[in-house]
Design a binder for this molecule. Structure first.
Ligand code: SF4
Ligand code: ZN
Length: 419
């Protein structure tokens, strides 16, 4: 049986018009994630018999149990079942949560995966909005937009810290498995890349072009995901892009890609490079997991992840960086990228690659430790990981330079980063 749902059963107005709306600090009733509480969202496939279509369970405190301005941990788990459903489709459905939740008036959603950030405003709560409605929205809209690939969908919402943390571990393992499926594919041997314009509602000139060795900057879409999304929805936001003639091998610049980007950005961006932060980097939107920035004095590059709240050696915190460069423009010297991309072989390879990396937050280093060590070995600098400064050495270029000199960081010996 196919379920057709057109109405979204929520007590607030609902639609794309509310997507860009912010919920300001003073207007927050409940906040989850955003680095303040553990938070994640996951779509996973389940057996037909284990899914009761439309069922939404909230396990733990809901709106009625909190005071205005409170915070809760949050895990949103969507289980879908159907004969046509495949594991490959999980990330595509999961990435929809961002805009689907944002469509609700008075509700703000930023990020994805385990860096999601929810704010439910006082105005929405006054109208009767509860956490259960997040589940109702996802059930209704996923059916409406993706009903062709699954039959049943149920949503489990967790707000108890222990349970959220436990399931967060499960989710992170799944994200890792998904990321690593792309390992082994190369840009050189792939003629078709995929676009993603899902974020244009927030950043109208932003176009991600996703190649095997450069995953989407949100971290949620790699080349395989875009390909699967195109197969499900051939007129959707992920289109095949024939890369065409190579215009610049070092920086990753292709004629076919440029033509696509120019058209998809409505003329705003006529060319960008896949492998550079210095010269015409890709456009950046507000979803990026990390932002890389050039550090001229250190002759290198730093990167900072969304969860790191402190100051960075480029003089800006993540939020300021995202606010400055996340509007969908090309900003030489700065570029958004995924965490996974740091250890992909093409990471800023035009600027010298991973050995340009001179600073990153300690938490990010720990998170990608295993792969970072492996990549260091691959490029012949097995102890690179220990040469990259963190906030422990400093948060200004002046503070970290002596450390880089002491450990003999390779960036200091490279050609000038500014050419
Ligand atoms: Fe798509 Fe890029 Fe937005 Fe991710 S950041 S959803 S890949 S446009
Ligand atoms: Zn985005």
């Amino acid at each position: 049986l196919k379920v057709t749902i057109t109405e979204v059963p929520v007590p607030v107005s609902y639609g794309p018009a509310f997507e860009g709306e912010r919920v300001r600090k003073d207007d927050v009733y409940l906040e989850c994630g955003g680095g303040k509480t553990p938070c994640f969202e996951l779509v996973r496939i389940a057996e037909m018999d284990d899914v009761e279509d439309g069922k939404v369970e909230v396990m733990g405190p809901d709106i009625k149990d909190v005071q205005p301005g409170d915070r809760l941990p949050l895990g949103v788990v969507v289980e879908v079942a159907g004969r046509k459903m495949q594991e490959d489709y999980e990330p595509i459905l999961e990435r929809q949560i961002h805009h689907l939740v944002n469509y609700a008036q008075g509700v703000m959603h930023i990020g994805q995966r385990d860096i999601a950030w929810y704010r439910i405003g006082k105005s929405a709560v006054e109208k009767g909005f509860t956490l259960e409605h997040i589940g109702k929205i996802l059930h209704a809209k996923l059916h409406q937009d993706f009903g062709a690939i699954f039959d049943k969908c149920q949503v489990k919402i967790y707000t108890e810290e222990d349970k959220v943390k436990e399931l967060l571990g499960v989710a992170q393992q799944m994200y890792k498995t998904r990321d690593e499926r792309i390992e082994g594919m190369t840009d050189e041997t792939t003629e078709i890349y995929y676009s993603c314009t899902l974020c244009q509602s927030f950043a109208p000139t932003h176009v991600c072009v996703v190649s095997p060795e450069r995953t989407g900057l949100c971290g949620a879409y790699n080349w395989l995901d875009c390909k699967a999304s195109y197969e499900i929805n051939p007129t959707g936001p992920n289109q095949p892009v024939a890369k065409g003639e190579t215009l610049d091998e070092r920086y990753g610049n292709w004629k076919g890609v440029n033509e696509f980007v120019e058209q998809a950005s409505r003329g705003a961006v006529s060319s960008y490079n896949f492998y550079s932060v210095v010269y015409d980097p890709m456009t950046t939107c507000g979803c990026c997991e990390c932002i890389a920035a050039v550090l001229p004095m250190c002759n290198g590059v730093m990167t900072v992840n969304r969860e790191y709240m402190g100051m960075t050696p480029c003089g800006m915190k993540f939020t300021t960086l995202a606010g400055t460069i996340g509007g969908g423009n090309v900003t030489p010297g700065f570029v958004g990228h995924s965490k996974y991309n740091i250890t992909q072989r093409k990471f800023i390879v035009g600027d010298g690659g991973l050995k340009r990396l001179v600073w990153m937050p300690k938490m990010l280093k720990e998170e990608i430790r295993e792969r970072l060590i492996k990549r260091g070995e691959e490029i012949g600098i097995p102890n690179l990981i220990d040469m990259i400064a963190t906030e422990e050495q400093g948060v200004t270029e002046d503070e970290i330079l002596p450390f880089l000199q002491e450990v003999g960081h390779p960036a200091l010996e490279m050609e000038s980063i500014l050419g």
